[in-house]
Write a protein that binds this ligand. Structure first.
Ligand code: Q5B
Ligand code: MG
Length: 297
C-alpha cells in the first residue's frame, strides 16, 4: 500500500463512533489506539472493538494503523495476537526499542504463517518517545524490515527527559532533527509529534512548518480539525511546483549541451537541486496538483 502519510489521525480504540467515521475524516492514515488514549479498565474492550471495526468497516484507501500496548505490559502480547489476525496495514509500537521491534517482527511472522497471510505484509512504525529510543533510532528502524516509518512522540519523550513540553518546541529540536535525518538515510517516513492544542490553528500551522522545515515528512493529528492545516503545509506550494518544473525543463536543455551544472535565474542548479525538484514534482503528481502533461494546475 503506497500511502502518503502526510497526516495520521489518532483516535481512542474504545470510541465506536470515532472508529465508525474514521475513513471519511480525510487523514492519509488512522491510528486506532489501544495504548495511552485508553484507560486500564477499557483495554480489553478496546482491543475487541478495534478487531471488530477492522473486520467490518471498509476503511477504503486509508492506512489502518493500530497502536498496541508495549510488550512489557500485560496487554501488549494479547493486543498483537488479536489484532494481527485481522490484518491491519501497520502496527505502531510505542516506547519503541530495538529488542521489542525484533520481537514484534518475530511474532508477526509466526501469525502471518499461521493465518496464511503474505509474509512481511503487516508493517511497523516505531514510536520514538524515550531518550533511549531516540539515541538508538537507527538500530530501532533496522531491527525489522517491516519498519516503514518513525513517529516522534513529543509528550512522552519530554516526560522521559524530565523537561517541559512547549508550543515553540525548542526542547524537541534535536529529536526532530535526528529522527528526520536517520529516516531520510534509511528511506522511511518521519512523522512529527501531534500538536495538542486543538483550537490553536495558527500554532498548528507554525508547528507543522517547523517539523517540515527539519525534514519530517508528515504529522500526527489528534483531532479531525487539524488535518486540513497539516495537508496544506505538507503540500508543495504553487510557486515550489512552478520552480521545480522550470528546473527540470532547464535540466533537459542543459543535458542536450552535455552540462551537469548550470544556472537558472542566476542560481546554480546541480544534482541535489535537481533531485529536490524531482521530489517536489513527484509529490505534486501524487497529490493531483500537476496535470498529466506536467503543468502546475
Ligand atoms: C482531544 C479530544 C479529547 C478533544 O475532544 P473534543 O470532543 O473536544 O473534540 P471536538 O473537536 O469537539 O470533536 C468534534 C467531533 O470530532 C470527533 N473527534 C474528536 N477527536 C477525534 C479523533 N481524534 N478522531 C475522530 N473523531 C474525533 C468528536 O467525536 C466529535 O464528533 P461529533 O460528536 O460526531 O461531532 C479528542 O480530539 C480526542 O480524543 N483526540 C484523540 C486523543 C488521542 O488519541 N490521544 C492519544 C494520541 S497522542 C499521544 O498518545 C501522545 C504521544 O504518544 C503522541 C505520539 O505518540 O505521537 C506522545 O507521547 O507524544
Ligand atoms: Mg506517547
Amino acid at each position: 500500500m503506497e500511502t502518503l502519510r502526510r497526516s495520521m489521525l489518532f483516535m481512542p480504540g474504545n470510541s465506536p463512533r470515532m472508529l465508525q467515521d474514521a475513513a471519511i475524516l480525510g487523514a492519509d492514515s488512522i491510528i486506532l489506539d489501544l495504548e495511552d488514549a485508553v484507560s486500564l479498565t477499557e483495554k480489553d474492550s478496546a482491543r475487541i472493538l478495534v478487531r471488530e471495526a477492522i473486520k467490518t468497516i471498509d476503511y477504503s484507501a486509508v492506512e489502518v494503523i493500530v497502536r498496541v500496548n508495549p510488550l512489557d505490559t500485560e496487554f501488549g502480547a494479547p493486543d498483537i495476537d488479536v489484532i494481527a489476525r485481522v490484518q491491519p496495514h501497520t502496527l505502531l509500537i510505542p516506547k519503541a526499542n530495538e529488542d521489542e521491534i525484533r520481537l514484534v517482527d518475530k511474532i508477526l511472522t509466526k501469525i502471518e504463517a499461521e493465518e496464511g497471510f503474505p509474509s512481511g505484509g503487516i508493517k511497523i512504525i516505531a514510536l520514538i518517545e524515550t531518550a533511549l529510543g531516540l539515541e538508538n533510532v537507527f538500530n530501532v528502524i533496522k531491527a525489522s524490515p517491516r519498519t516503514v516509518g518513525v513517529l516522534l512522540g513529543g509528550e512522552d519523550l519530554t516526560a522521559d527527559l524530565g523537561i517541559e513540553r512547549t508550543k515553540e518546541g525548542e526542547e524537541i529540536f534535536y529529536a526532530r532533527n535526528k529522527v528526520a535525518t536517520v529516516c531520510r538515510a534509511l528511506k522511511v517516513d518521519a512523522i512529527d509529534t501531534p500538536f495538542t492544542d486543538t483550537n490553536d490553528h495558527e500554532g498548528l500551522n507554525k508547528d507543522t512548518a517547523r517539523g517540515k522545515g527539519l525534514g519530517l515528512t508528515g504529522k500526527a493529528a489528534i483531532n479531525p480539525r487539524q488535518i486540513e492545516t497539516i495537508h496544506s503545509v505538507f503540500a508543495p506550494t504553487q510557486n515550489e511546483l512552478k520552480r521545480a518544473l522550470r528546473i527540470l525543463e532547464a535540466m533537459e536543455e542543459a543535458e542536450k549541451e552535455g552540462q551537469g551544472v548550470f544556472s537558472l535565474d542566476g542560481k546554480m542548479i546541480d544534482a541535489p537541486v535537481i533531485n529536490r525538484a524531482k521530489r517536489i514534482v513527484d509529490q505534486g503528481v501524487r497529490l493531483g496538483l500537476i496535470s498529466g502533461e506536467g503543468g502546475a494546475k
